[in-house]
Design a binder for this molecule. Structure first.
Ligand code: C2E
Ligand code: MG
Ligand code: MG
Ligand code: MG
Length: 281
């Protein structure tokens, strides 16, 4: 059938491809506009101390309030932002927004917590990263300890002196550094100790079936003890159930992030949480 319709089929395929390419191009143009029109929104997901369930931080997660499509999650646009290079200006916006917001909360007298921002590899390679962060911290007046950057293993694993140098300069600014989605890449123990990293974030894929998959449970235990022996703290992502929480608590995982406590929430809602500084159960 496909052969019979060969010609038409090709025709169809070509049109399909063109429209896909056209859609993609349109989306990229819209993304470019979104930066200028400030259509992005930052959501905040609480991080909770495993032992006393207190709010100890948050992760900033970008959303795009698309004029036609509504609120889009990063899966819909981060890859395109990276391919097009727009991630640099988008990332700059997110970091600014988070620093301004957290400084405002500090000024309002709320108990303040560090907020982490995800940094893509492209941003990390950008020559002006450290300088622009230094200027941002100076301009907003935010204490650097209240800002954290989440890097991926792929960034770290390039392992060059340039990478180590950049990490050291970020640490000198007083910023906290963590490795996101830890365990999905190929970092080794001996490798990790060369980097000035404060926190490992255990990838949620290990957490999901913690109670039923023995190898995942073993991996989590290994990551926790490895991190602690390197004087790093550990946070588990994607914690949704009491069962997962109990396992992580029993194995001294320092902190927890996941729907069990809270989904990512808009700034106003997170501010309420800061005001109460309530213990989350
Ligand atoms: P990530 O940094 O690993 O963030 C955690 C993701 O897991 C978030 O998805 C969060 O909403 C989701 N999550 C948290 N707790 C749970 C849970 O209990 N269950 C489940 N199923 N999911 C949970 P989100 O917000 O869609 O973000 C996806 C990814 O997009 C992030 O993964 C991060 O890599 C990227 N991203 C988000 N914001 C930014 C940004 O501002 N800049 C850059 N470069 N990347 C970003
Ligand atoms: Mg992250
Ligand atoms: Mg993650
Ligand atoms: Mg992830």
């Amino acid at each position: 059938h496909a052969k019979e319709a060969g010609c038409d089929n090709y025709q169809f395929y070509a049109t399909e491809m063109n429209s896909k390419a056209a859609k993609r191009l349109l989306f990229e143009v819209q993304l470019r506009h979104a930066v200028v029109r400030q259509e992005f929104v930052v959501y905040y997901q609480p991080k909770v101390d495993t032992a006393d369930r207190k709010l100890i931080g948050a992760e900033a997660l970008i959303r795009w309030n698309h004029p036609d499509l509504g609120l889009l999650t990063p899966a819909n646009f981060i890859a395109i932002a990276e391919d097009s290079g727009l991630i640099v200006s988008i990332g700059q916006w997110v970091t600014e927004e988070v620093c301004r917001q957290n400084q405002a909360w500090l000024q309002h007298g709320h108990a303040c917590v560090p907020i982490s921002v995800n940094l893509s590899a492209i941003q990390f390679r950008n020559k002006s990263l450290v300088d622009s962060l230094r200027i941002l911290l100076e301009e907003t007046g935010l204490p650097p300890r209240l800002l954290e950057l989440e890097l991926t293993e792929s960034v770290i694993m390039q392992g060059s002196e340039t990478v180590i140098g950049t990490l050291q300069r970020l640490k000198q600014l007083g910023i906290n550094l963590s490795i996101d989605d830890f365990g999905t890449g190929y970092s080794s123990l001996s490798y990790l100790k060369r980097f000035p990293i404060d926190t490992l974030k255990i990838d949620q894929s290990f957490v999901w079936d913690i109670a039923h998959d023995e190898s995942n449970a073993a991996i989590i235990k290994a990551i926790i003890s490895m991190a602690h022996s390197l004087k790093m703290s550990v946070i588990a992502e994607g914690v949704e159930t009491q069962e997962q929480l109990a396992f992580l608590e029993a194995h001294q995982c320092d902190a927890i992030q996941g729907y069990y406590f809270s989904q990512p929430v808009p700034a106003m809602k997170f501010e309420e949480m800061l005001k109460v500084q309530r213990t989350l159960h």
